[in-house]
Write a protein that binds this ligand. Structure first.
Ligand SMILES: [Zn+2]
Ligand SMILES: [Zn+2]
Length: 191
């Protein structure tokens, strides 16, 4: 039914409850860079969405996107895998953030990328953006009610709650990641 469902590049945004909360931040830079290096050495470094292949000195253009699922009830980010994608494609996976922090020129370049990758029209981009807004209508307030603790909207804005993390897929250095999360008291184990 949705003609956009087979677009290679989709527009997504992270639920407000989990804004800024990632395994990457929780485990810290040095472990994260080791994971990234490991994946870069193992795979051919290309964007798994658009196929962009950076020069050796442009590797920073490839990001590790965390494939996440969300458990609202227990406030848990479930990491199921890592996806190597270019900075331009990545911007569409965190589109709420991108819209807030991108200049007009940057947005124009990103839209060009979207149109090229999906071989579509600018209008298709606008439709996709609209549907994201629509999906996000059920924002913080609704999300808060799904939690066991019934966080208030204010508490969510203030970020006054603990997000925990579960690793439900295979990632490099998984044991170390779990150990690190455990040490910080933010690991969540599903029975
Ligand atoms: Zn890409
Ligand atoms: Zn990402």
């Amino acid at each position: 039914m949705d003609k956009y469902s087979n677009f290679k590049l989709k527009i997504e945004a992270k639920p407000s409850l989990f804004h800024g909360r990632t395994v990457r931040k929780a485990v810290g830079q040095s472990l994260w860079y080791r994971i990234r290096d490991y994946i870069l050495q193992k795979d051919t470094p290309v964007c798994s969405i658009c196929g962009f292949s950076p020069q050796q000195d442009e590797m920073w253009n490839l990001h590790l996107h965390e494939i996440e699922h969300y458990d609202f009830e227990n406030i848990v980010v479930k990491l199921s895998g890592l996806n190597l994608i270019c900075a331009n494609c990545h911007a569409f996976h965190h589109f709420g953030f991108t819209q807030l922090y991108s200049s007009k020129e940057k947005m124009e370049r990103l839209i060009e990328h979207f149109v090229k990758v999906n071989e579509c029209e600018i209008n298709d981009f606008k439709e996709c953006r609209k549907s994201l807004l629509f999906r996000r209508h059920s924002s913080s307030e609704v999300e808060s009610k799904k939690t066991k603790s019934n966080l208030s909207f204010q508490e969510i804005l203030a970020g006054n709650y603990t997000v925990r993390y579960a690793i439900i897929g295979d990632i490099p250095f998984k044991d170390e990641v779990i150990e690190k999360l455990n040490k910080k008291g933010v690991y969540y184990q599903y029975k």
